[in-house]
Design a protein around this ligand. Structure first.
Ligand code: G6P
Length: 612
């Protein structure tokens, strides 16, 4: 979490840093701060609790002429959200910013305290600052002091350091948290993420774990923590496109992103399918050549919505691969040290490609010889650089913290991978592709149908905004959709919501059924319709309140449910999951809207969770 940014050049940098922090804000919005240094070595700083915009009015207190500086936007891990705990942390000699977690900070703090150091904040980062003060002397020099400091740290860090004694230099150090250097002309920059750098340059160095850099306006030196010099090649990303970060006429990015799904679906179909000739096009280089015969198991990993998307994907991948397919939460996967090896294909699902647990899962799997395919939205992310192959989901930048279009795009990517691999493996049944193509032809219209219901969803969801608890139910492919629907509602409305498999209703949740607990039953007319309908009967028999996600034409459902959120039938369970989920995205959005929540930046969440 946390976004970090630094600039060294000739341009006055305070506004510049503020703009970069706004681009990085999706990584955390608990507090923000900026420090700049004058050519004579005077450090000035501002920091404030809350959103980056809270710095707007404070900026004028930073010297306008300073051309070297650091910025930070925080997602709090250690220490409450406050001005005091905001970064940069500044001492007489240094200013530092940090993204990551120092696992052994308590031990270090104790030992520093007993050597006479006092602490002003509750952060783990301040320990780094104090260690640096302890280790630094003009004789030893800053580089050795920094290396001595990081050698005591356990955990993850991307650090930016400004030093009073050398005001024309920025130091950055990386261990398990992303850091990218942007090389400009007569100026250089660094950040946690390309989005903050791409407006200024197309040339980048991606720092690896255990590396640090000394950055001046006209030079970049990269070394390993053992002091040896690295000569990484500059990566030119002239094709990297920044999507515009504008909401247009929409009230929230989330709403805009919900509507974008129609276009994303259509372009995915166009890119991967030849509808006229009922063919699937080849996957890109690499993926199309992968030798699938050697794999004995397929493992999928992800966190949050990415995990639920993987759970939906499991159904189709299992059918086509005909080898065991399991899905794990990334954190559980790497902590359990699962049995994987060179006969394992891992599909790592992540919108951002920066989720720490997913990266750790992949690092572990890779160390055992497994092959990694990233299913990812973000080119040049840590995950795509780590993976052997990447299937880009092509959703475009997603700004809303709660995932919508990326979820849908991930489902499409998993479906397409599954069918392409089935063709390679010879497991595709004769009419299967043609059935899929028929369904894909109809899909954009089905999505249009859902989008056109927004006013009804708004009215219906509004009725439930005061219910603090919800239960979501689905079966088969729609079980993970129940989980995702509940997650979406929780994330943005702060209502308590749980997802259950319909078959589990009688094994516990039924005891919660009252008139006050809305049960969202995802009940299109598919293979599980009869069983879902029985579940609804069981709820109705106990005077429970049912919100059905079903076609409005279904009279049976209308007769039993208090509310029907219209969702058209789709003659393919996988695509049904995709379409039903959009209805639930609207439901969550309109409940949260009625409650006046911060929909695009819900409390305590961050778009990209870069610490374990
Ligand atoms: C955070 C976000 C979720 C997202 C999850 C995984 O929790 O708030 O929306 O699903 O991270 O992110 P990833 O980038 O790996 O898909």
């Amino acid at each position: 979490m946390c976004g970090i940014f630094g600039y060294v050049g000739d341009r006055p940098c305070r506004e510049f840093i503020l703009t970069a922090l706004k681009a990085l804000e999706y990584r955390g919005y608990d507090s923000a701060g900026i420090a700049t240094i004058s050519s004579k070595g005077k450090i000035s700083f501002v920091k404030k609790k809350g959103k980056v915009a809270n710095l707007d009015d404070l900026l004028s207190s930073l010297p306008a002429e300073n051309t070297v500086g650091l910025g930070h936007t925080r997602w709090a891990t250690h220490g409450v959200v406050s001005d005091r705990n905001a970064h940069p942390h500044v001492s007489q000699k240094f200013a530092i910013i940090h993204n990551g977690i120092i696992d052994n900070y308590l031990e270090l703090k104790e030992s520093l305290s007993s050597s006479g150091f006092s602490f002003e904040t509750e952060t783990d980062t301040e320990v780094i600052l104090k260690l640096l003060e302890k280790n630094y002397s003009k004789e030893l020099g800053i580089e050795k002091a920094l290396l001595k400091t990081v050698s005591s740290l356990m955990g993850s860090f991307a650090l930016g350091v400004m030093v009073l004694d050398c005001p024309e230099v920025l130091y950055i150090l990386r261990e398990k948290s992303p850091l990218i250097i942007g090389q400009g002309q007569g100026e250089n920059l660094f950040a946690s993420d390309l989005v903050a750098l791409a407006p200024y340059t197309k040339n980048f160095f991606f720092l690896e774990d255990g590396q640090f850099a000394r950055i001046k306006k006209d030079s970049i030196e990269i070394k390993n923590f053992d002091g040896s010099v690295c000569h990484p090649k500059v990566v030119n990303l002239s094709d990297y496109e920044l999507s515009t970060n504008s909401k247009g006429s929409y009230e929230h990015f989330m709403l805009k992103e919900i509507y974008e799904q129609e276009r994303i679906v259509s372009s995915h179909i166009e890119m991967f399918y030849d509808l006229a000739f009922e063919k699937q096009r080849e996957l890109g280089v690499g993926l199309k050549d992968i030798d699938l015969s050697k794999y004995r198991q397929l493992v999928m990993v992800g966190c949050g919505s990415a995990y639920y998307a993987a759970c939906v994907g499991q159904y189709t991948l299992e059918k086509h691969f005909r080898i065991p397919v399991s899905v794990f939460l990334s954190s559980e996967f790497h902590q359990r040290k699962m049995h994987v090896g060179s006969d394992t294909l891992v599909l790592a699902v992540s919108q951002s490609g920066e989720t720490a647990d997913t990266l750790a899962a992949c690092e572990y799997a890779k160390s055992t010889g497994a092959t990694i395919i990233a299913v990812c939205n973000t080119p040049y992310s840590s995950l795509t650089r780590l993976a052997d192959f990447t299937m880009y989901i092509q959703a475009g930048t997603e700004i809303g913290v709660a995932s919508t279009k990326a979820f849908t795009a991930t489902l499409l990517a998993l479906m397409t991978l599954s069918y392409s691999f089935a063709k390679k493996l010879g497991t595709l049944e004769s009419d299967e592709l043609s059935k899929l193509i028929q369904n894909l032809k109809a899909l954009p219209e089905k999505i249009k149908d859902v989008l056109s219901c927004a006013p009804q969803y708004k009215e219906l969801a509004g009725k439930y905004s005061n219910c603090g608890n919800f239960l979501f139910m689905g079966r088969g492919h729609l079980f993970p959709i129940a989980l995702e629907g509940a997650l979406k509602l929780k994330e943005i409305s702060y209502c308590h919501a749980e997802g259950y498999a319909g078959g589990e209703l009688k094994h516990g949740p039924i005891s919660l059924v009252t008139e006050e607990l809305p049960i969202v039953a995802i009940c299109p007319t598919g293979v599980f319709y009869k069983k879902m309908f029985s579940n609804m009967e069981e709820v109705a028999a106990r005077q429970g309140c049912i919100i059905a996600v079903a076609p409005r034409e279904n009279k049976e459902v209308k007769g039993i449910a208090e509310t029907v959120l219209h969702c058209p039938d789709v003659d393919d369970p996988f695509l049904q999951a995709l379409v039903s989920n959009i209805t639930l995205q609207f439901f969550a959005y309109y409940v949260a809207l009625k409650l006046g929540r911060h929909i695009d930046q819900p409390r305590n969440l961050a778009k990209s969770v870069t610490v374990e």
